[in-house]
Design a protein around this ligand. Structure first.
Ligand code: CTP
Length: 473
């Protein structure tokens, strides 16, 4: 999303140019959707603006290309829509239309319509307003569904019966929650009832669209609001049933455990507060995902979750693959889930340099974000404990800085590479090289040999017999 602020004179100039063309073609044009909403809310306006053309959008596209130096024109004649870039704006134009998903199809069906019908087939009253950009009526808001009033009342409400709006596009149920979360608005009672009733219609939406909407909810200032709403609406279980299983607290004897779901929401909010990127928020979402599965009650100890980081790594990979996240995002999240307990295990006074080197080596470039996750994981309500945990991490960071300063280990690569190993020891490519490198890596991490070329080569020579024992080559 382009969030760059655009001065209003620049926008007014753009409107004038578009309107001139529209007049020549005899096709009324209106700014609609998020731009109108954000302008009325007094929010900074980004560079994306949607327009409705009452007439043939394809003809408008061709005339626009002739009249103005627009760039990157993409047209979808079947849907009566086109996009282009002009003077730093991303502009999207559609024919006034109605669009709906049929009961079993994943592809929307679109039909030409007038402005009023077009507005009525939009998702929420606050998004169903049009701004007249013609010279005569510049600035007039067309607002058949009381969007301005709902902005004042801070309400998300469908313009038509919720059932109709959500049948037209079930993803709108998630959009309602995104807008409610982002603006701190309430969802009107009938709209909310409609979402709860039709939540299972989300099944016809492609996983790519669901993922995209979910990401937007995660990227709000306080994602817990949206995640709670998704849960209460019955939407979360449609695409992330594993999150729902984190709910619930059990009490046995004097031991109860924290509700993992609500703890997770707090961790995500904490990460969001520190400005965490999407992937870090996902890591927060999944860090305890395997707690329900690994939960055991041990006499005398209470509840335990042994191995939840390992099972959690597997689960988060599988879930994220299903939701079609990128391999890069999956690898990052899996790594953080797997490692999220490690820093805590190193806070004791006797922690060795070797253990710290291992943490740095294994986390590599992601070390900083791993520490952000660990700090976000402190959700105790007991201020004394919070202080103690934060102090532990602060002390650990000092030790880490010392070790790092000494070894420069982050992004560590053993200083003797495979090619040199082949040359020096006169061996062919094969398993031995990997074995030798691993041997060296372990020795460096354990502090047996310094992270320097000559020392490492000498160490390999000294130990070559041991390394090549049982070699099958
Ligand atoms: N719209 C809709 N139903 C959808 C998606 C979009 O009715 N499923 C309409 C709404 O009128 C919306 C407009 O298309 O305002 C533009 O959609 P989009 O760019 O996705 O959202 P914005 O409202 O512009 O919000 P933002 O860009 O701030 O996310």
């Amino acid at each position: 999303m382009n969030t760059e602020l655009i001065p209003s004179e620049k926008i007014d100039q753009l409107f004038r140019e578009l309107n001139q063309l529209a007049q020549q073609l005899g096709m009324p044009i209106y700014a609609v959707g998020g731009y109108v909403r954000d302008r009325l809310l007094g929010l900074p306006v980004g560079g994306e603006i949607d327009f409705v053309i009452v007439g043939d959008a394809m003809r408008f596209a061709r005339a626009l290309e002739d009249a103005l130096p627009v760039r990157q024109m993409v047209t979808y004649p079947r849907f009566g829509t086109f996009m282009t870039r002009y003077k730093g704006f991303n502009l999207e134009f559609v024919n006034a239309r109605s669009e709906s998903y049929q009961s079993d199809s994943r592809n929307p069906k679109t039909e030409q319509a007038d402005l009023e019908t077009d507005l009525s087939r939009r998702d929420f009253t606050i998004n169903a307003m049009a701004l007249d950009i013609s010279e005569e009526h510049f600035g007039r808001i067309i607002d058949r569904y009381n969007g301005q009033e709902d902005l004042k009342q801070r309400l998300i409400r469908t313009p038509l019966e919720p059932k109709t709006t959500f049948y037209d596009d079930p993803l709108r149920m998630m959009r309602a929650i995104r807008f409610a979360t982002r603006f701190g608005f309430d969802i009107a009672a009938d709209t909310w009832a409609g979402i709860r009733e039709h939540a299972d219609r989300l099944a016809i939406i492609t996983v790519e669209r669901i993922q995209d909407e979910f990401n937007k909810i995660l990227m709000t200032e306080k994602p817990s609001v949206g995640l709670n709403l998704l849960d209460q609406a019955g939407l979360l279980r449609q695409f992330l049933p594993e999150a729902e299983s984190m709910k619930g607290v059990e009490q046995r004897k004097d031991f109860h455990h924290k509700d993992v779901f609500y703890h997770t929401l707090e961790v995500i909010d904490n990460v969001a507060r520190s400005g965490g990127r999407l992937e870090l928020r996902l890591a927060a979402l999944f860090h305890d995902i395997a707690k329900p599965r690994t939960k055991r009650f041990e006499e005398g100890t209470g509840w335990t979750f042994h191995g939840h980081e390992v099972v959690g790594e597997r689960m988060s990979k599988a879930i994220m693959r299903k939701l079609k996240y990128s391999n890069e995002a999956i690898a990052f999240v899996a790594k953080l889930v797997r490692m999220h307990l490690r820093p805590m295990a190193l806070v004791s006074d006797e922690v060795t340099d070797a253990a710290i080197r291992r943490l740095l080596f294994l986390s590599g470039n992601d070390f900083h974000e791993l520490m952000l996750l660990c700090r976000a994981d402190i959700t105790s309500k007991n201020p004394k404990r919070v202080k103690k945990y934060i102090g532990n991490y602060d002390r650990l960071m000092l030790k880490i800085e010392e070790v790092e300063e000494r070894d420069r280990l982050r992004n560590f690569q053993p200083p003797v590479d495979g090619r040199e190993i082949m040359e020096v020891f006169k061996i062919k490519p094969g398993k031995m090289i990997g074995r030798a490198k691993k041997f060296l890596e372990e020795a460096i991490l354990d502090g047996i040999v310094p992270n320097e070329h000559d020392a490492c080569l000498a160490y390999l020579k000294e130990n070559w017999e041991r390394i090549s024992e049982n070699d099958e080559q």
